[in-house]
Design a protein around this ligand. Structure first.
Ligand code: FE2
Ligand code: FE2
Length: 200
């Protein structure tokens, strides 16, 4: 496996300055969240660092590279190829960086869409992407606070925000995102944190 310094060098030469600094921010935030929630801080830092390693690969090149890894995108992802940078990122992390840890690879793979049954590490990377120190949108301070109080509530907020935006922009919503939201709703309801509305 490449050392952390080697991975940082790789990212710095292939990502824009802004994306590289976002990657460092997600790594730092994920490490902090892992310490807070009892996940492995080193794994969280590494997953955060590499999560966007394939983000600046063009759409056509993404398709070419994925097919070289024998991956056929599902219908929704093929129609919304920006969602595939997690899928390709996990392949790159394994092939280029020698990361074999399936939990880390899964966290990278699903950091954009989310999915059902996410591990704690995957949840941490998903939300760290929203709240890393470089993020500046209006609700970020509130979401940061929420994240350290209740990870699942914060994820649901992030997902709802994303879904609303996708609907407004008439963009594809990946089914994994819906599965992730349903999972969170069911979990939160079981903990008495959220009331799922039932049709009478
Ligand atoms: Fe991403
Ligand atoms: Fe990101």
């Amino acid at each position: 496996m490449l050392s952390q310094v080697e991975i940082k060098d790789w990212l710095q030469t292939r990502l824009s300055e802004k994306r590289f600094s976002h990657s460092l921010g997600v790594a730092q935030e994920a490490e902090r969240l892992a310490k807070h929630y009892g996940a492995d801080p080193q794994k969280a830092y590494l997953a955060g660092l590499v999560h966007d390693c394939a983000k600046e690969v063009s759409k056509d090149e993404t398709m070419v590279q994925l097919s070289a890894f024998d991956i056929v995108p599902d219908v929704a992802a093929a129609a919304a190829p920006w969602l595939l940078h997690g899928t390709l990122g996990a392949c790159v992390a394994k092939q280029e960086f020698g990361i074999e840890d399936e939990e880390i690879l899964d966290a990278i793979r699903y950091h954009t869409t989310g999915k059902a049954d996410m591990s704690l590490l995957a949840r941490i990377i998903f939300i760290a992407d929203f709240i890393e120190p470089g993020r500046t949108y209006p609700d970020v301070a509130m979401l940061r606070e929420m994240t350290y109080q209740n990870l699942e509530e914060a994820m649901l907020f992030g997902i709802d925000y994303t879904i609303e935006l996708l609907v407004k922009k008439k963009m594809i919503i990946h089914p994994d995102t819906i599965h992730c939201r349903n999972d969170l709703m069911i979990e939160l309801t079981a903990k008495g944190k959220q009331g799922i509305m039932h049709e009478n």
